[in-house]
Design a protein. Structure first.
Length: 309
């Protein structure tokens, strides 16, 4: 079984020039240049190509506007790109004010799908949180839970580190605590069960550090981020716009049991079409020949193989 996670950067369906068109892979925060419909279409063909070539059995997506957007992308871009068929396509409303949600494409139909977008900190017993997180929906998007025959999948997209990085870190740590609590409530002995937590966690740190981060509640012997199995310097999945700074917001956490059952599983990072500007690690040289080329996302796609799962 191959599982992938991919932040597809603002995938949204709109009416433009009288036609339904997907937005290109761009952020208004960083790119205010006018773009043509043709550029946006080229971007989304590249996004589809990256997903199609990964040939995953399950794809967890982040930044999908709604179910209609997902269906349009699947029919008009993914299938023509040679993607496997995904009979199960899920995108439920979350809490992002812009409407960017988590989504799942799957060859297998899940036994159960559950959104946790409405949960407050108080619902989870996290009464020490700030009022905004204790008494109101805690997740900035959602923690989408899906049961399959042999394991449970949790798909997340945590708070981005802006506009206030300090406050955002508090939210992300609360989200990490909430996900852990959801898993612990679901499984009396989480270490004996098969589950994964995947997605974009917006935590910039890389490598197998010992320092405390917002994601520490998901570690501490609770699960293993298998991107830590990659050599330092090769594990980046995001490049800060207009810099050479690399980080790793995208993660695949395995339960203790799954980590033990798959000790040799090492994730693969696909950076095809990742950015129009590309900096070599350790070099200030800018490769700008990609400047006007199509762009899949500002994140890499990450996948991992779990034989016989």
């Amino acid at each position: 079984m191959r599982l992938a996670t991919f932040n597809v950067q603002n995938l949204r369906l709109r009416q433009r020039q009288g036609n339904l068109v997907l937005d290109g892979a761009m952020d208004q925060d960083f790119d205010d240049q006018p773009r043509s419909v043709e550029q946006d279409i080229a971007d989304r063909h590249m996004t589809a190509k990256v997903i199609a070539e990964a040939k995953a059995d399950i794809v967890a997506l982040q930044e999908v506007f709604d179910a209609e957007t997902l269906e349009f992308f699947y029919t008009h871009f993914l299938l023509p790109a040679g993607s496997p068929a995904y009979p199960t396509r899920i995108c439920l409303p979350g809490n992002d004010g812009r409407g960017l949600d988590v989504a799942v494409l799957s060859k297998m139909e899940p036994l159960r799908v559950k959104s946790h977008a409405d949960l407050t900190g108080a619902d989870l017993g996290l009464i020490d949180l700030p009022e905004e997180l204790r008494d109101h929906p805690l997740f900035r998007r959602d923690c989408l839970e899906l049961d399959f025959n042999t394991f449970t999948l949790f798909v997340c997209h945590f708070k981005a580190p802006y506009p206030d990085e300090g406050k955002a870190q508090i939210v992300r740590e609360a989200e990490a605590r909430a996900v852990r609590t959801i898993v612990e409530n679901r499984f009396p002995k989480p270490e004996t069960e098969r589950w994964m937590i995947v997605g974009d966690f917006n935590e910039s740190s890389m490598g197998n550090e010992n320092k405390t981060t917002a994601l520490t509640p998901l570690k501490q012997g609770f699960s293993e981020d298998i991107l830590d199995r990659l050599p330092l310097g090769t594990d980046w999945t995001f490049e800060v716009p207009d810099t050479y700074i690399h980080s790793r917001p995208d993660r695949i956490f395995l339960s203790t049991r799954l980590a033990r059952e798959y000790p040799q599983t090492v994730p693969q990072i696909v950076r095809t079409g990742m950015t129009r500007y590309f900096y070599e690690l350790g070099s200030m040289a800018v490769h700008d020949e990609l400047k006007n080329h199509s762009h899949a996302s500002d994140h890499a796609l990450v996948y991992a193989d779990f034989p016989l799962l």
